[in-house]
Design a protein around this ligand. Structure first.
Ligand SMILES: *[C@@H]1O[C@H](CO)[C@@H](O)[C@H](O)[C@H]1NC(C)=O
Ligand SMILES: *[C@@H]1O[C@H](CO)[C@@H](O)[C@H](O)[C@H]1NC(C)=O
Ligand SMILES: *[C@@H]1O[C@H](CO)[C@@H](O)[C@H](O)[C@H]1NC(C)=O
Length: 319
């Protein structure tokens, strides 16, 4: 009897560990979770490890140094996520500004604040921030009008989803180039809101609508190993990584492989063959692509004019 019990225990432990290897949840609430993201450790790309979490209430959360933010949507085709910030001004606040704090991103991650965000600031100190309506000139040459916060901007006059406009002195919009400037601006303004222009696929100029939220862009690391692992002809595995060494793992129904799922049987029965196969494919991949793990789909951000942060200094005094 006791030995049977032990065998049963071992069996259930075994099924537990093998089934664990295939559990990579593919959604959180109604948001699809795909490579490079994951909400289970060991799945996806190690670059995005421990950054996204699925709460008990099935809300996807992004963790950054400034806090936890609910992710409203994820797009893998045009890689970006949209997060909401509870410390951001909302229509119902009117001029009763809520206490705020700046949103920040860990710059060591592969996330970047999107250039499609526009920020509106409320009740800024005129001693420190240049607030003025921007002339037509600035719409054509925004980089030459970088340093002032526009009190006549379209967004201040048409606050998305609000039925009113704020008095012109208390709203201005500014296009910071970095989260650092967001922090600096919030030292001198009472509150802020981020608006991103969502593509709705309508004909121009109605193809984009302003919506509250912070758009954060990300990169999808594409490696030959991951493409092979996902290949349905090679077993259709899920890309993941070893949680200790962070080295690539193809997660398959029957266990893990360093190459692809069809390779798994060989790997399990002969560890030596498995190691050699791993090295060979490593070399051929390196040979095909030169040095480096693979291709990165990067949103190329051109080096722009120096960040002036909207805050008046002797260097950026333009007007
Ligand atoms: C497979 O990989 C996953 C993720 O790294 C790990 O959690 C699991 O323990 C592994 N399973 C086996 C059987 O090696
Ligand atoms: C979420 O993203 C998908 C794909 O980009 C889009 O079709 C959908 O409208 C978005 N939903 C919301 C609420 O923004
Ligand atoms: C506007 O900002 C000033 C400081 O610059 C502050 O004293 C005042 O309370 C703010 N107004 C509102 C409505 O928050």
């Amino acid at each position: 009897m006791p030995s049977l019990l032990i065998i049963q225990l071992i069996l259930s432990f075994l099924t537990l560990t093998t089934s664990q290897s295939t559990i990579c949840r593919t959604s959180c609430g109604n948001i699809p979770i795909k490579y490079p993201f994951s909400i289970d450790d060991g799945c996806g790309s190690p670059y995005y490890r421990h950054i996204l979490h699925c709460s008990d209430s099935q809300k996807l959360e992004l963790r950054t140094p400034s806090g936890k933010y609910v992710v409203r949507n994820v797009s893998y085709a045009d890689p970006h996520i949209v997060v909401t910030d509870p410390f951001m001004w909302a229509c119902e606040d009117g001029e009763n500004f809520r206490p705020t704090r700046p949103f920040s991103l860990d710059t060591s991650t592969r996330f970047k604040l999107s250039l499609q965000n526009e920020y509106i600031f409320f009740n800024c100190s005129e001693d420190n921030v240049i607030i003025q309506p921007k002339p037509m000139f600035c719409e054509h040459y925004p980089e030459r009008c970088d340093s002032s916060c526009d009190s006549a901007s379209y967004l201040c006059r048409h606050l998305p989803k609000c039925s009113f406009a704020l008095s012109s002195s208390s709203c201005c919009s500014y296009h910071p180039k970095a989260t650092e400037s967001l922090r600096l601006m919030l030292k001198y303004c009472t509150s802020y809101a981020s608006v991103y222009w969502r593509n709705v696929g309508a004909p121009q100029p109605y193809d984009q609508v302003p919506e509250y939220g912070i758009r954060v862009d990300f990169d999808i690391p594409v490696t030959t190993r991951c493409l092979q692992c996902q290949d349905p002809l090679k077993g259709g595995g899920t890309c993941g990584f070893d949680t200790e060494s962070q080295s690539f793992m193809c997660l398959c129904k029957d266990g893990n492989s360093t190459t692809h799922c069809k390779d798994y049987d060989i790997a399990r029965h002969n560890r030596k063959v498995h190691v050699i196969a791993g090295t060979v494919s490593g070399i051929s991949a390196a040979g095909a692509f030169g040095i480096g793990a693979g291709i990165w789909y990067l949103k190329k951000v051109r080096a722009k004019a120096p960040v002036t942060c909207g805050v008046q200094t002797n260097e950026n005094r333009l007007f």
